[in-house]
Design a protein around this ligand. Structure first.
Ligand code: DSN
Length: 479
């Protein structure tokens, strides 16, 4: 049986089984595939995992509790969970050249929480235990415990500002990390849009953070992690990098030397579903001195592991160790650069004037639009993106002044640099033909916009034609 038949048979059978219980769910699953096939997906944080990854998740591993770590569980009967967790961790260590890997986090925020609490345990809790000559927290007196809790909640974090491309989980108030840490941000040089390492160093020296966080979700350039580590060492900070967005570029050896965070950071977190192209989830890599604290992630901050997702992580990480993945990673960047060049050639304003990675940030003020207006107009034309703040954003975090676009998903689908130029043309046509709208009172609106529906339909058809040569999940025929 060919692999096409095997995959189609697997999915058809699975949907038939679901349909016998709740047909609407089976229909929604099938409709999701149809929608994904039909859209020009430029969301920088999304991708398409392989059928092998997706199928590894849909099974009886989901039924198993496995709190604890490999060979040291709080439940009996975890032999097979141990097997898949060990395989996933081994692939993660080998792929990234990391001494230790922890593959249980359910998401990026969970991976970051594990990292934050591993750092706090290492830097704050362990010294307090030693001072009190206590083996563990339950051995502390009420007075020592109260003092330790206060100290744990009174530490400092320095991370990239949100409008420069940082992430909410890097110490911002609406997120738990902002409630845990006293946070200060570093930003980018207003003239270039690039990280200002001298200003960052100065801020670190003044603020003296316990944790220096590198990594971003909307910064279109490489980051020099060697310099960040030097700064962390100068101020006695633990250096953590959240590489969720660019893990695929690290895995594929596009980011090497000073731009690979793994050799420089004490601890690295990532999601597994973005450029890494695995299942939705997270993982943590760390130096040996933090390994024991990281392994306490569950039950300290994580619920029971998701063994079915760890199985899928193992498959995805095995895929990322294949030589073809390095080629994929390079094509992600080639495509992002072609997209950026296509937009620049058409006069579109880009934050930092281009890209070194998988994402491009359009400054929509060049079109007289907010990010929200631009996002919705593009969606009308079948182009799926997301609005994003830009440095010194005049429209705030809800309406924003930017559109973030990324190439991991379309690259998986097989589109190349020629199609990126066509994509740039479609985006520019929509945005240049969209006008800001007015609210019911006639005042300018940051949400309403005017776009000729006939033009939106024409662009959506062109997007369909562009995608027609690059079928998504070609081996899956649901009939
Ligand atoms: N939601 C992810 C992103 O789009 O960047 C990060 O949390």
């Amino acid at each position: 049986m060919s692999s096409l038949n095997a995959e189609s048979t697997a999915y058809r059978s699975a949907l038939d089984v679901v349909r016998t219980v709740e047909p609407r769910v089976a229909d929604a699953i099938a409709a999701e595939l149809a929608d994904q096939r039909a859209s020009l997906k430029l969301i920088a944080s999304e991708n398409y995992a392989s059928p092998a990854v997706l199928l590894a998740m849909g099974n009886w591993f989901s039924d198993k509790y496995a709190e604890g770590t490999i060979g040291r569980r709080f439940y009996a009967g975890c032999r097979n969970v141990d097997t898949v967790e060990a395989i996933a961790a081994e692939h993660a260590r080998e792929l990234f050249g990391a001494p230790h890997a922890y593959v249980q986090p359910h998401s990026g925020i969970d991976a970051n929480l594990v990292a934050f609490w591993a750092i706090l345990a290492d830097r704050v809790e362990a010294p307090a235990l030693r001072k009190a000559q206590a083996r563990q927290v339950n051995d502390l007196t009420e007075e020592d415990w109260f003092a330790l809790r206060r100290e744990l909640g009174n530490q400092r974090m320095l991370g990239m500002s949100l409008d420069a491309g940082g992430h909410l989980t890097h110490g911002f108030r609406p997120n738990i990390s902002g409630k845990m840490f006293d946070q200060r941000s570093y930003g980018t040089d207003p003239a270039t849009g690039l990280i200002d390492y001298a200003a960052l160093r100065q801020t670190a020296k003044e603020f003296k953070p316990l944790v220096l966080v590198g990594g971003y979700s909307a910064y279109p350039r490489k980051v020099n992690f060697r310099i960040l580590r030097e700064i962390a060492d100068e101020v006695g900070a633990t250096f953590m990098v959240d590489m969720a967005h660019f893990a695929g570029l690290v895995a594929g050896k596009v980011f090497t030397g000073d731009f690979d965070p793994v050799p420089y950071a004490h601890i690295v977190t990532t999601t597994t579903h973005k450029s890494l192209r695995g299942p939705r989830g997270g993982l943590v890599l760390c130096q040996p001195e933090l390994a024991d604290q990281v392994d306490r992630g569950c039950p300290m901050v994580l619920g029971g592991p998701l063994p079915h997702v760890m199985a899928a992580k193992a498959v995805a990480l095995a895929e990322a160790r294949q030589p073809t993945f390095a080629d994929y990673a390079q094509r992600i960047v080639d495509n992002a650069q072609a997209l950026a060049e296509g937009l620049l050639r058409r006069g579109v304003r880009l934050v930092t004037g281009g890209t070194d990675n998988h994402l491009v940030l359009i400054d929509t003020t060049g079109f007289g639009l907010t990010g929200r207006q631009a996002e919705q107009a593009l969606l009308d034309a079948g182009i799926v993106t997301n609005r994003n703040s830009i440095p010194q954003d005049p429209n705030g975090a809800w309406y924003t002044s930017g559109i973030r676009i990324g190439t991991p998903a379309l690259t998986t689908r097989g589109l190349g640099t020629a199609q990126m130029d066509e994509t740039a043309d479609l985006i520019n046509t929509v945005l240049s033909q969209t006008k800001p709208g007015v609210g019911p009172d006639g005042a300018p609106s940051k949400a309403k916009y005017v776009l000729d529906p006939a033009l939106a339909d024409r662009i959506a058809k062109q997007a369909d034609e562009l995608l027609a040569g690059f079928p998504l999940y070609p081996s899956v025929d649901l009939g």
